[in-house]
Design a protein around this ligand. Structure first.
Ligand SMILES: [Cu+2]
Length: 465
């Protein structure tokens, strides 16, 4: 039984006129829809999407959270696994669903097109199987049962927190007096001095039974916009269900990494005006390397042994060790190095990465996303990571299996996973500004020995550089 296998989906990238708050403007869309069309599939299914770029801009599409075993070719990030689909160009992308079940999403992965080019992916349990949770029973509270397309232990919450890149599956029991009720959301923004939209957005839950709806139902309680503790209380409440995951949390780690996440500044190029502090330009980095995009994609360079596109020197540990979360830091530390440095990970390695946020320029939470794998979120904390004390607090029993982790402002978060998906995989902050400033790197997971542990052949219609 299949939802899609017979016909590929048609994704036509094109401009469409969209009206909001009484003004109409052209936006980039898929099939003229905003948000874009939903992809529905069963667990383990393979789906093809024919992408046809009828817009004036280059585009790539990424299937966020789809592991794509051995198939980095269809992953999508521009100049990482492919060159962009040019105006008029076509690319048939193959989505290999494996362990995913629940909700994830797809989005453009070139320039800032993601703002309007995105949509939902819903993966249902295999036909004949069912969901691993009972019906919820709460007064319009949310019962979270999954995150990033992996099930988690049901937990009932007044509020949830979701950062860019993350998805949540939650249940709501409509068992209240027939009426209208508000649900509400607003931004969590921890950076001091960074502007954000502080509006509260709402929707109404409307019961169909006959009733005269209250004109203005009361608003639910939401934590304050800068309540970091509330955000991480939520994240800490999410526990995994190990029985549903493909492998246990690795306890014997073969590859250790610590990666700092920093907002930086670089000098303003001559003759330009720059928007950073004291007329500088903003930048950002991982382990002090501000990533520079190559002009042909890294996957092609790796697969075809083209030299000069990237180098393998992504540092495994911070090249500069300082009090990362101190209130005042010397200005000289704010300037990163530039480079296209990737990390090489041997097939089958068990990897631990500690992401350490720094207070350079401005401390802020960073949602870090890995392509090509999910990982266990085994711990987080505030301040500098202490390699002696902090590992004692790791949850190695039932951590959630996710694809995007929010690293706390001036704090750290640790992930573990087994590198069993050969390919070229992007690793980046999912805040669009930080991504375009350089807070990213690439992990190349080498081929294993067996023939089913190697990267598949490229499709014939890979977009040309
Ligand atoms: Cu970031």
């Amino acid at each position: 039984m299949s939802l899609h296998a017979v016909f590929p989906m048609k994704y036509i990238v094109k401009e469409a006129h969209y009206a909001r708050l009484c003004s109409t403007k052209p936006i980039l869309t898929v099939n003229g829809q905003f948000p874009g069309p939903t992809i529905r599939a069963y667990h383990g299914e393979t789906v093809y999407v024919n992408v046809h770029n009828k817009a004036k801009y280059n585009i790539t599409l990424h299937w966020h959270g789809v592991k794509q075993p051995r198939n980095p070719w269809s992953d999508g990030p521009e100049y990482i696994t492919q060159c962009p689909i040019k105006p008029g160009g076509k690319f048939k992308q193959k989505l290999i669903f494996s362990i995913e079940e629940g909700t994830i999403w797809w989005h453009a992965h070139s320039d800032w097109a993601r703002a309007t080019v995105h949509g939902t992916i819903i993966i249902y349990p295999k036909p004949g199987t069912s969901y691993p949770f009972p019906k919820p029973d709460a007064e319009h509270k949310l019962t979270v049962v999954g995150a990033d397309s992996s099930y988690s232990k049901p937990v009932t919450r007044d509020y949830i927190c979701i950062s860019p890149g993350q998805t949540v599956d939650a249940l709501l029991h409509a068992n209240q007096e027939p009426n209208d009720y508000y649900m509400a959301a607003r931004a969590y923004s921890s950076a001091v001095g960074a502007a954000f939209n502080n509006a509260t957005t709402t929707a109404r839950i409307h019961y169909n039974e006959n009733h005269s709806p209250t004109k203005s139902p009361s608003l639910p309680y939401l934590p304050s916009y800068n309540d970091t503790k509330a955000a991480f209380d939520y994240y800490g409440s999410i526990k995994g269900i190990p029985e549903y995951y493909p492998y246990k949390v690795p306890t014997n780690i073969t590859t250790h990494m610590i990666a700092t996440l920093s907002v930086n500044i670089v000098p303003c190029p001559e003759g330009q005006t720059c928007g950073g502090p004291n007329g500088t330009n903003f930048a950002s980095s991982m382990n002090n390397i501000s990533f520079e995009s190559p002009t042909i994609d890294i996957l092609e360079a790796y697969y075809n042994h083209i030299s000069g596109v990237y180098d393998k020197g992504f540092p495994r540990f911070p090249p500069l060790v300082f009090n990362f979360t101190a209130e005042y830091l010397p200005l000289v530390l704010e300037i990163p190095r530039k480079g296209t440095k990737v990390g090489i990970i041997k097939y089958g390695s068990t990897v631990e990465i500690v992401f350490q946020g720094t207070n350079l320029v401005a401390g802020i939470d960073h949602p870090i996303h890995l392509h090509g794998t999910s990982f266990y979120a085994v711990g987080y904390g505030f301040g500098n990571f202490d390699k002696h004390k902090d590992p004692m607090t790791y949850n190695l029993i039932d951590p959630p299996l996710i694809n995007t982790i929010l690293v706390p402002k001036n704090g750290w978060a640790t992930i573990r996973y087994r590198a069993a998906n050969p390919g070229v995989w992007f690793v980046h902050c999912h805040l669009e500004r930080h991504l375009s400033w350089g807070m990213e790197t690439v992990f190349i997971v080498t081929n294993g020995k067996r023939s089913d542990e190697k990267v598949l052949r490229p499709p014939p219609d890979m977009p040309r550089c």
